[in-house]
Structures are given as structure tokens and as C-alpha cells.
Design a protein around this ligand. Structure first.
Ligand code: SF4
Length: 459
């Protein structure tokens, strides 16, 4: 692991916890009380000021996630980006992603006009260090913070005037009945129109999110969604298996027998069909849920799979120091708006680092370096690994034990690791090339099992 004093470039995640309505499957932290946008942006700017020393290295990527960041509207996003440029070194920033829902580019929240910016296809430094923060945006921007509902005229240009390099659209399906069942607000026609408008506005790096395993979805309807999405020529596609989370309306309706997600076999077939179709369309399968045309992988998400420091801003957002400390803001918007940020943290043990390396590395096409993995094997009983003291950064910080601070299996030996690896390779679930371990095609279908069998889990 890299020494904490010399980490690579860093990332910033900003959580925007507003949604126009709630989708039945979603357990992300968000609220439909959207009129708090300007106050929320002001609270985020306060947190930036408070935590500007967290990142010691220049920022490479910024990710606006949610919730639905596009619900904030252009003026609030301008305010956020200006504040970031004021508090952090963005001179080497290559990628700024914003998550969005298709309907926001149709209902007037984000009016799009003709292209006025150069192509955003090639990542390059976006903020020259010598340029004053106020001049770093291509459009005029009012210093005030207009409401989300009615963007003021200076922002009529909207997205194409901002240094957003990447748009991630929540599509999920191209079948209207499936979208309606999920309580999504858009339909397939909205997706087509939104992508068209974004393309006309000069946005050249669009990622579309899809979901499979949905109630009523069939292999045929899934194939239709894939084909329709490919016709839109996105540069990136993410696809997730529907997961029925506790406390969601979907969970209740599944428990009552009103809805039935696809069975495991169908989900595996859907995942295999996706791999086959996207590969044929020229996409690289660079992470288990992510596909990109060459050069268009998400830099920000890729940094989560390596020991790269990142700062998470907003309620529910997680941060990582690039070494052993993870922390997260509690998901409490009311406290956050009042300026009370409550933070919890954990210190990763040797065993946590070992398990995480397996979990994250095997999800990627790059895979795991075997020597690296061997060197991370905990040398002592993981239950007694030394702990680094947590460094509180907020007045309300608590430190939690990590899952593996209790007890662990005693078989954390090199021999056990090699025996398990041989077995997985013999079963054609793993392959070893140039000392790197990657999942095979059958292994992709059983990724959870392969990963679990290599991890050292607490009793
Ligand atoms: S899935 Fe996205 S749009 Fe739907 S409620 Fe969750 S965060 Fe909001």
C-alpha cells in the first residue's frame, strides 16, 4: 500500500439528497423536499471550507451523485463548482461527473441550447491554476442562488456552459411498463429525447444506467432495453441486478406476493446476454457492473477500486484517507442544514485491507496482483492486529470497530490461500496470467462465491 504521505491524485464526491419522487426499489438517502436546494448548497460550501485540508493532493475527479444532482438545477451546480475551485486544487482535474434523470432535461430544469463548448470527449486538466475561480466557467453566473424550480436567464445555456465532462443518466429500462412499475418518472421516449438534446448540446461522454432482474422483466424485454440503449450510442453503460432492500416499498410488495423479481438463473442469463451484446458493440467490460468504449471508463469510480483518497461531502457521504481511515457523515439532512455535521469513522485492520483488496480487485478486468495479495495476508491473528487511532475531524465524531476486529478464521495462511486459488482455477472460475488473477466468464456469474471463498471472514 502507498505511504499515506505520498498518495496519488484524489477525488471528491458530493451527495445531493433530493429526488422528485421515490422509486420503489431505492434505499439511497434522499428526500422529495426539493425546495431546500440553495440552503443545502450553502451547507455544502461550509463543509468544503471546514474540510479543505482533508485532501493533500490535487483533485483528479469530482462526482456529483445522489439522490438526483440534476434536481438542483444549473445555478446551484455553478455555485458548488465555484466553491470547489476556491477550496481545492482542481488544476489537474480530468473528470467531473453529474448523475441526472432524463426528465430533468425535458421538463425545463436544465434548458439546453446550441453547443458553445469544445468537445468534452478527451479528459484534460479543466482548471488552470492561474485562472481566478470566478472566471473558470464558460458562462456568466450570478452570485445569487436562485431557486431550483426557476433557473434564472443567465443559466439558460445550462449544462453545456459548465465544465461537466460526464453525464450519468438513470435509464434503468427502455420498456415503459417496467419503468412505471418502478415508479420512475420518465419513459423511454424521454430517454431518447434527453440523449438527443445532450448530444446536440455537445456532451460527448454519456453513461446510461440499466437494471435487470426486474419484476415482469423477461429475457426478451431485457434484450430490447439493451438494443434500444445501444441505438443511442452512449460511451458508457452501467448495469445492476435489482436488489430487494429492507424497508423499501418493493420489499413490502415482494413480501405480500404482489411482485416477483426474476429468479437467479434468469438474472445470470440477463447478465451474460448483456456481456455478449456490449462486447459485440465494442465495449470493454472493465468492472463487473461497468462497460465503456475505449478511453471512456469512469476515472472517479475506478479510484474507489484502488487506495486513492477521496473526500465525501454531504449527509451520508463517505471519505477515505487513502490508507486506513474511512469516515462518513451521518445521513441527517436536518442537522446538516443547521450546520451540525455528525461523523463516524473506522480504522481498517490488516484483515480489512486484505479482504477489501480481494473484493474490489476481483471486480475489475485488471484483477488482483498475486504477490500483492500474498503480501497483504495478515501475519498475526487478525483479531489482534494493531489499530491506528482515529483522527476526529468534527466536533461530533465517533469511532466504530470494524467487522473483523472481533474474531477471524485461523486459516489465514499462504498454504490455505494457494489451495483455494488452485481449486478456483481448476473449476475455471479464476485465471492467472502475468501474475494477475481475474475472473473467467463462468467466474463472472459466480463472482460473489469466488470472492467470499478467498476472503477471511469473522466467525
Ligand atoms: S433511484 Fe435515484 S431517482 Fe429513484 S429515488 Fe433513488 S436516488 Fe432518487
Amino acid at each position: 500500500m502507498a505511504a499515506p504521505s505520498s498518495p496519488p491524485l484524489s477525488g471528491i464526491y458530493i451527495h445531493i439528497p433530493f429526488c422528485a419522487s421515490r422509486c420503489i426499489y431505492c434505499d439511497f438517502y434522499s428526500t422529495t423536499l426539493r425546495n431546500q436546494g440553495p440552503q443545502y448548497v450553502a451547507a455544502l460550501v461550509n463543509e468544503m471550507e471546514e474540510r479543505k485540508a482533508f485532501l493533500r493532493d490535487p483533485v483528479r475527479t469530482i462526482y456529483l451523485g445522489g439522490g438526483t444532482p440534476s434536481q438542483l438545477g444549473p445555478s446551484n451546480i455553478v455555485t458548488l463548482l465555484r466553491a470547489l475551485a476556491t477550496h481545492f486544487d482542481l488544476s489537474r482535474c480530468e473528470e467531473i461527473t453529474m448523475e441526472a434523470n432524463p426528465e430533468d432535461f425535458i421538463d425545463g430544469t436544465w434548458p439546453l441550447s446550441s453547443p458553445s463548448q469544445p468537445s468534452m470527449a478527451a479528459p484534460s486538466p479543466l482548471f488552470a491554476p492561474s485562472v481566478p475561480a470566478a472566471a473558470k466557467f464558460g458562462c456568466q453566473a450570478s452570485p445569487s442562488q436562485p431557486s431550483m424550480a426557476a433557473p434564472s436567464p443567465p443559466y439558460a445555456g445550462g449544462l453545456e456552459c459548465l465544465p461537466i465532462t460526464r453525464l450519468s443518466l438513470g435509464v434503468q429500462s427502455m420498456v415503459d411498463s417496467e419503468l412505471s412499475l418502478l415508479h420512475r418518472r420518465h419513459n423511454a421516449a424521454h430517454v431518447r429525447e434527453a440523449v438527443q438534446r445532450l448530444s446536440e448540446a455537445g456532451i460527448r461522454n454519456i453513461s446510461l444506467d440499466l437494471m435487470y432482474g426486474l419484476p415482469t422483466q423477461t429475457l426478451q424485454s431485457w434484450e430490447y432495453s439493451i438494443d434500444e440503449v445501444l441505438k443511442l450510442h452512449p460511451q458508457h453503460i452501467s448495469a445492476y441486478n435489482l436488489s430487494v432492500e429492507e424497508g423499501t416499498p418493493l420489499n413490502k410488495r415482494v413480501a405480500k406476493g404482489e411482485l416477483t423479481p426474476c429468479d437467479d438463473d434468469t438474472c445470470l442469463q440477463m447478465a451474460a446476454l448483456l456481456r455478449q451484446k456490449l462486447k459485440a458493440a465494442g465495449f470493454e467490460h472493465y468492472e463487473i457492473s461497468n462497460y465503456a468504449l475505449p478511453g471512456y471508463h469512469s476515472r472517479h469510480n475506478s479510484s474507489y477500486w484502488t487506495p486513492t483518497p477521496y473526500l465525501g461531502l454531504g449527509p451520508g457521504a463517505h471519505s477515505y484517507d487513502g490508507d486506513r481511515r474511512r469516515s462518513w457523515n451521518l445521513p441527517d439532512l436536518n442537522h446538516y442544514l443547521k450546520g451540525v455535521r455528525q461523523e463516524e469513522s473506522e480504522t481498517l485492520t490488516d484483515l480489512d485491507l486484505y479482504n477489501e483488496r480481494i473484493m474490489l480487485g476481483l471486480r475489475t478486468a485488471q484483477g488482483l496482483d498475486l504477490h500483492d495479495l500474498e503480501s497483504l495476508l495478515p501475519k498475526t491473528n487478525p483479531a489482534t492486529s494493531s489499530q491506528t487511532a482515529a483522527q476526529p475531524t468534527s466536533s461530533q465524531t465517533t469511532t466504530q470497530p470494524t467487522s473483523s476486529q472481533t474474531t477471524a478464521q485461523p486459516n489465514s495462511s499462504l498454504t490455505t490461500l494457494h489451495t483455494t486459488l488452485h481449486s478456483l482455477i481448476d473449476r475455471n472460475l479464476l485465471q492467472l496470467h502475468n501474475n494477475r488473477l481475474t475472473l473467467t466468464e463462468p467466474g463472472l456469474s459466480l463472482a460473489d462465491e469466488v470472492i467470499r471463498s478467498l476472503m477471511i471472514l469473522p466467525d
